[in-house]
Design a binder for this molecule. Structure first.
Ligand SMILES: NC(=O)c1ccc[n+]([C@@H]2O[C@H](COP(=O)([O-])OP(=O)(O)OC[C@H]3O[C@@H](n4cnc5c(N)ncnc54)[C@H](OP(=O)(O)O)[C@@H]3O)[C@@H](O)[C@H]2O)c1
Length: 325
């Protein structure tokens, strides 16, 4: 079978498509014939040998996949089931979805909801699952559309763009932060009411608090942008944080928390319990289902991965990329 393999040769990481053996499965495992996979920031990091993601090489990237069960040694799944896998160790130190066939533990697998195609499920992929978990936390913590604007950072990224579209579908007034001035019309077409340029927001501002401006925040970038956003959240507002493309560091102060009672909630789509993922995929196929999915997704083949990884690491992508097998 064909797979996108990262190898460590003389301390250098070299990646590309290779012919490898189809894996054999043991008890409680299934062999999935991949129909679609997607490209995520973490895959791009893994392809460079980033130790925070992958330590075992040779390695096949791909932290998510949708496909059909080809062979099963599981009591939970049978040949022909349509399934989705995201997170856990897939694509980290376990060979991932950028491969024609993938061996997966049955405790990592979600049955695809009826109201969602395999292609749609990977158009959302890990990014869409993370965006949904983030939106869900705002709602669960009582943020309503009447409360005011929701700020989304890293707006043209996978998580950011899907979060914008879901929030807009639910009637929220969304403000996006992006570095890409030429993508303002695109972000507005997804549902953003206003776009703030990243350079205008990511400033060194020594004030401990900014004017109260946003009822909620979905942050995908971390660092100073998250700090500035936290200082701008209204009384009793809620912020979620899931990513680190700007920085994994967060230097802030306690005033937004102790004077405005704001809450900062961490989002993890990787190790989330299977029941939570299942609930979220059902929401994705119903109330969180967006019409703009085609607009924000580009379909590529396995041999185009390398080029997109490079763009991703430079922060230049502005779409979800799905791989069709
Ligand atoms: N916690 C979880 O479970 C989970 C799951 C999925 C992803 N993540 C993390 O969430 C983050 C976003 O993921 P993604 O898939 O949306 O990534 P992505 O598609 O690569 O998009 C990231 C976006 O962030 C912005 N950006 C890039 N470099 C930046 C910088 N130096 N400073 C500020 N903004 C920058 C860009 O948008 P603009 O040009 O529009 O600003 C870019 O399109 C990543 O860190 C990823 O690892 C976490």
């Amino acid at each position: 079978m064909k797979a996108y393999v990262v190898e460590k040769i003389n301390d250098k990481f070299i990646s590309g498509i290779k012919e490898v053996d189809i894996p054999t499965i043991t008890n409680d495992e299934v062999l999935i014939k991949t129909t679609y996979s997607s490209l995520n920031f973490k895959d791009a990091l893994s392809s460079t040998g980033n130790k925070g993601v992958s330590r075992n090489f040779p390695h096949i990237t791909g932290i998510d996949l949708a496909g059909i069960i080809e062979e099963s040694k599981s009591k939970l799944f049978k040949k022909g089931d349509e399934v989705i896998v995201t997170g856990y160790d897939l694509g980290m130190n376990t060979n991932g979805g950028h491969s024609q066939f993938v061996k997966v533990k049955d405790t990592w697998i979600i049955k695809k909801p009826k109201n969602l195609s395999l292609k749609e499920s990977m158009s959302y992929g890990t990014a869409g699952l993370t965006a949904s978990l983030s939106v869900n936390e705002l709602i669960k913590n009582d943020i309503k559309k009447e409360d005011g604007d929701i700020l989304v950072t890293g707006a043209t990224g996978g998580v950011g763009s899907i979060a914008i579209a879901i929030l807009a579908k639910l009637g929220f007034n969304v403000i996006a932060i992006s570095a890409k001035e030429d993508k303002i019309p695109y972000l507005k077409s997804l549902g953003a009411k206003e776009v703030i340029l990243r350079s205008d927001f990511d400033t060194m501002n020594k004030k401990p608090l900014n004017k109260e401006r946003f009822a909620g925040l979905i942050d995908t970038v971390g660092g100073n942008i998250l700090n500035e956003a936290l200082k701008s959240i209204k009384y009793n507002g809620v912020a979620t944080c899931c990513g680190l493309v700007s920085s994994y560091e967060l230097h802030t102060n306690v005033f937004p928390f102790i004077l405005r009672g704001i809450r900062l909630i961490g989002i993890d789509s990787v190790e989330a319990k299977l029941e939570k993922k299942d609930l979220m995929w059902n929401k994705i196929s119903n109330e969180f289902k967006i019409k703009s999915l085609d607009k924000l997704t580009k379909q590529i083949c396995l041999d185009e991965i390398q080029e997109i990884y490079e763009q991703m690491l430079l922060g230049k992508v502005s779409a979800r990329y799905i791989i069709k097998f």
